[in-house]
Structure formats: C-alpha cells, structure tokens
Design a protein around this ligand. Structure first.
Ligand SMILES: Cc1cc2nc3c(=O)[nH]c(=O)nc-3n(C[C@H](O)[C@H](O)[C@H](O)COP(=O)(O)O)c2cc1C
Length: 324
C-alpha cells in the first residue's frame, strides 16, 4: 500500500461521502479522514465518527489532540475499525487548535508531542504517522526541522507528511495555507538526511508534471485543494502514478455517486454528499446552462431527488452519445 499519491485530510470536505466518490475515480489513491479530535471519540458517538465503507481502503484516520492519555485511548478504540494508519495532526494552525494547544502548536513542545506519540504507538498496532509543517513562527530552518524529525524518528515515527510552508500564529487558517512561502527544498533535504524514513510532500501541488518532479525527491505527494476543486483529477492517478490501467470513468463515478446519494437515509448525510456532487459537477465540462439547472434543482428542497438525477442522467447520456 503505497502513499505515492495521497488525498489530504480536509475538515468538512473529506468525509466518508467524498471519500466514496474518490474511490470511484481511483483505486490506489491513499485517503485520509477529516481530523477527528480524540475527545470527540472518547465522549461522542465514536461508532458514527469512525465507521466507513471498506471500499475506502487504503484509508488513514487523522486524529487531533494533545493529551497523550486521551489520544492513546482514542487510538485504542479506533484500532477496532481496521484503518491502515493513524495520523496525528501536527500542522493545523486554527484559533481553536491554538487554544487547545494541539495541531501545529505541538511543534513547539517536542516532549509533549513525543508523549503523544508514545501513547499512540502503545495503544495501537497500526502505523502511527505525523502530518506537520516545516516550522512554526520563529521555529524554522533546516536545523530546527532536522532536529524535530530526528527526535520523532527516535520516538518510532517512520512516515512524515510535511506541508512545505511554516505556520504563522496570527494568521487565519486560510491565509496560513497561502501566505507563508512554500519551500520544497526543506522537505527534499529531510529525505536526503533520513533516506530510510518515508517522506510525503504536501502543499500547493496541482499538476502531474509537478508530482512527477517531486517524486524524484520524496516518497510521495499529498494533494488537498486541487482534488477537492477537481475530483476528476483522480481519474489519471492509477495510470500516471501507480502504473496501473484504470477501469474508472467520470460518467460511471457520477452515476454511482448519484445512486449512492439516493440510498442515504439520513438527510444530513444526503445534504453533505449533494454538496460534494455539486462540486464535482462544477468541475466537469458540462454545458453551463445544464449545469445551472441541475445545481438549482439540487438546491430546491421541493424537487424529488430521484427525478432530478434521472432527468440529468438521461440528458447527460444523450449528450455523451452525441459527442461520441
Ligand atoms: C478546507 C480545508 C480543510 C482542512 N482540514 C485539515 C485537517 O482536518 N487536517 C489537516 O491535517 N489538514 C487540513 N487541511 C490542510 C490540508 O490537509 C493541506 O495540508 C493543505 O490544504 C495544503 O495542501 P494543498 O495545497 O494541496 O491544498 C485542510 C485544508 C483545507 C483547504
């Protein structure tokens, strides 16, 4: 199971519905859940939070938190769900994360982070990986990152996903994904210094040309916003990255995702999935007017979903045969 191409964890985006869509476009892409805080697992409906469709493998669970015991307990519960990996979020800079002193703020407290890793690895037999940044605030530069990675390797971490920009405390989450400059070289250097450790590069990647270039320097890449804004990008992953003939098509993925939505019993789930469908449709080359009609109908709570999908499918297929 290779992490050559990973789809980034994204809150409110990479839920199980979006991951189902991803899996209908690429067999090999390595998927990540949204971050789930360990307290949510310990105090909330853990089964609802942790269950997923077996088709989603390979799939990693991303945990957030900074209380080592709580993280360990959450990992123990999660172990029963057969994930391929447990990943700790050490990269998120949001205000909420800062007040809870987790996410990227763990980069400032190595002993605490090492205790978290210790409890995670002691409570699960799954690989425990870390998603971090190249630095945070004034903690930056090669010497800092080297020491950080080396200490965590010493704690038993063999796989790092590194977002190649540092985080800045005062910036909001969105700007923290664009303002600090991307320094891919810092990540390449980590791979050179620790050749036996798996290094996955993340941040600002949006084309196969860039991916192939990065893959000559690191073990894998992780893409977030590109995949969400254009899920059909995944269609070439199996072929281009894993050298495997792909049997998927946009039309099949579209149809099976519509069927999937119709089977969802819970309204909240259906609405979330419809949101992903709309995003998917927006990225396809469907005539603007037809796309608008569909999006309007999907937004209209009074229209029967089955009819909307049926009309759209008939129209879409007619169009396809005309274009053949
Ligand atoms: C809407 C959104 C939600 C995100 N949620 C998470 C998250 O839950 N956990 C995490 O580690 N990173 C999260 N990220 C950061 C991404 O995983 C990724 O590191 C970042 O977007 C940079 O990659 P990209 O340039 O390919 O998008 C989120 C990003 C976005 C856009």
């Amino acid at each position: 199971m290779k992490r050559l191409f990973c789809v980034a964890p994204m809150m409110k985006k990479t839920d199980k519905h979006f991951r189902f869509l991803c899996r209908n476009l690429s067999k090999n892409s390595y998927l990540y859940t949204e971050m789930i805080h360990c307290n949510a697992i310990l105090r909330g409906d853990s089964d609802k939070l942790l269950s997923y469709d077996q088709c989603e493998h390979p799939i990693a669970l991303q945990l957030g938190g900074s209380n080592p015991k709580d993280l360990g307990e959450a990992a123990k519960i999660a172990s029963a769900y057969n994930y391929d990996e447990i990943n700790l979020n050490v990269g998120c800079p949001s205000k909420k994360v800062k007040s809870g002193n987790f996410g990227v703020f763990l980069m400032k407290d190595l002993p605490l982070l090492q205790s978290c890793i210790y409890e995670l690895t002691n409570n699960t037999s799954l690989p425990v990986t870390v998603k971090c940044r190249i630095g945070v605030d004034d903690l930056e530069g090669s010497a800092f990152l080297n020491n950080f990675i080396e200490r965590l390797i010493g704690s038993g971490v063999n796989t790092f996903i590194i977002h190649a920009r540092k985080a800045i405390s005062g910036l909001d989450t969105k700007r923290n994904r664009s303002i600090p400059p991307l320094i891919y070289d810092e990540v390449y250097k980590i791979k050179q210094n620790y050749p036996d450790t798996e290094i996955i590069l993340n941040g600002g990647i949006s084309s196969y040309k860039e991916i192939n270039n990065h893959l000559t320097n690191v073990d894998g890449v992780m893409l977030g916003r590109k995949v969400y804004s254009d899920p059909s990008f995944l269609l070439s992953v199996d072929n281009n990255i894993y050298n495997e003939q792909s049997s998927f098509s946009i039309d099949q993925a579209l149809m099976s995702f519509m069927e999937y939505i119709l089977k969802l019993e819970n309204k909240k789930d259906a609405n979330r999935a419809i949101g992903h469908l709309m995003q998917f449709i927006k990225s396809l080359s469907i005539e603007k007017q037809k796309r608008k009609i569909l999006l309007d109908e999907l937004n209209n709570k009074n229209v029967e979903l089955t009819n909307v999908f049926e009309n759209f499918t008939q129209d879409y297929q007619k169009n396809l045969s005309l274009n053949l």
